[in-house]
Design a binder for this molecule. Structure first.
Ligand SMILES: [Zn+2]
Ligand SMILES: [Zn+2]
Length: 359
């Protein structure tokens, strides 16, 4: 019989709180790699705000129960039939893009993130809140040898999607960039922009004084609360928040021709009524534009990993054990975390119990 592993699986949706019972730590069978797939022994899996969207039904998994997690770093320990690359023993990452069809118009244009058959790790296929996962050989990413595995985890989502957002902002050297929301992705984008656009001043909007202090420490020109007015209009703003107030505030401070990039898989409905105050002249006129970031491509992930090792990007990490996943998610939800939350899998005790369910 196959071996067993621990996995933290989502069984039902609900509002994430300390009493939420829908996430359960279970012992299940280690999956077998199918044709073209590898089996990865997971060392770390980043915790992302998107898991909260999955749990709270704004980006629901395609089936339940589902093992969440899409910022996975581990070692390839087995290969299925038809694998062509020599990946055994290598440290690899799995990002949000689990697979795309490779044949449609979007895929052929380098927009596999928009593929109609896009599958997401930890949403459409079991992800990294577990000791093992399988992934298509073509969609795993080698982690640069100089990069500590634990730090690679948040780079695979917060970093890669932040990189895509920065690219979509069309920022030119010397143009001002605003970041609204200063979580894991915002912090990484700040460091990337400082490296790629050293002459571009950075303005950070964050709800906590602690985050604003950190922004200044990391080289932001200015940091203020979401509603505050920066000292000058901004050429581009990247929004990484789950709410609407920052969208309106950012549109109001954009310079003519300014671009707002919304980097969120969904927005919460709590303050959606604010949109009734959208004012054409103040928020939209003078060729301001809005674009959302949807998913990532493999090229985004690989370019980011290469860039991260050049800078180098070394995100601050807050580690949790697999059985503490709920605690990590709650810390992200409340904004009460000063680094990127990462699950460390190698501290999990292998259970001697038999599998009680199958994948
Ligand atoms: Zn993510
Ligand atoms: Zn496609």
């Amino acid at each position: 019989m196959p071996g067993t592993m621990r996995a933290m699986r989502l069984h039902r949706h609900g509002l994430l709180s300390r009493d939420f019972q829908g996430l359960q730590l279970e012992t299940i069978a280690i999956p077998e790699p199918a044709q073209g797939e590898v089996l990865i022994k997971i060392a770390f899996c980043g915790i992302c705000h998107t898991e909260i969207d999955e749990i709270e039904n704004r980006a629901p998994p395609s089936s339940l129960p589902m093992t969440l997690g899409h910022q996975v770093v581990g070692t390839v320990v087995a290969q299925g039939a038809g694998c062509r690359l020599e990946m055994l023993g290598k440290t690899v990452g799995v990002a949000w893009i689990f697979s795309a069809c490779g044949k449609c118009k979007q895929c052929l244009q380098g927009l596999e993130n928009l593929c109609g058959d896009f599958l997401a790790s930890g949403r459409d296929r079991p992800g990294g809140y577990a000791e093992y996962m399988t992934a298509a050989e073509a969609f795993i990413h080698e982690i640069p040898p100089t990069m500590p595995a634990v730090q690679a985890a948040p780079l695979l989502c917060a970093g890669a999607v932040g990189y895509r957002a920065l690219r979509l902002s069309g920022l030119q050297t010397g143009e001002s960039l605003g970041l609204t929301g200063f979580g894991s992705s915002g912090r990484l984008v700040l460091q990337m922009s400082r490296f790629l656009f050293p002459d571009s001043p950075l303005y950070v909007f964050a709800r906590s004084a602690q985050e604003r202090d950190l922004a200044l420490e990391l080289g932001a020109q200015w940091a203020g609360d979401t509603r505050e007015q920066p000292p000058c209009p901004l050429n581009a703003v990247i929004d990484t928040t789950p709410v609407w107030l920052p969208v309106l505030s950012a549109l109001a401070v954009l310079a003519p021709g300014g671009r707002l990039i919304i980097n969120a898989i969904g927005k919460e409905s709590g303050d959606q009524n604010l949109l009734t105050s959208l004012d054409y002249a103040r928020h939209l006129w003078r060729e301001k534009s809005i674009k959302t970031v949807a998913n990532v491509t493999r090229a985004d992930v690989r370019s980011l990993l290469a860039l991260a090792s050049r800078i180098p990007l070394a995100p601050k990490i807050v580690e949790y054990r697999l059985d503490q996943a709920l605690e990590g998610l709650l810390a992200i939800k409340s904004g009460n975390i000063t680094g990127a939350g990462v699950l460390r899998l190698d501290t999990v005790q292998i259970s001697p119990r038999r599998a009680n369910s199958t994948m």
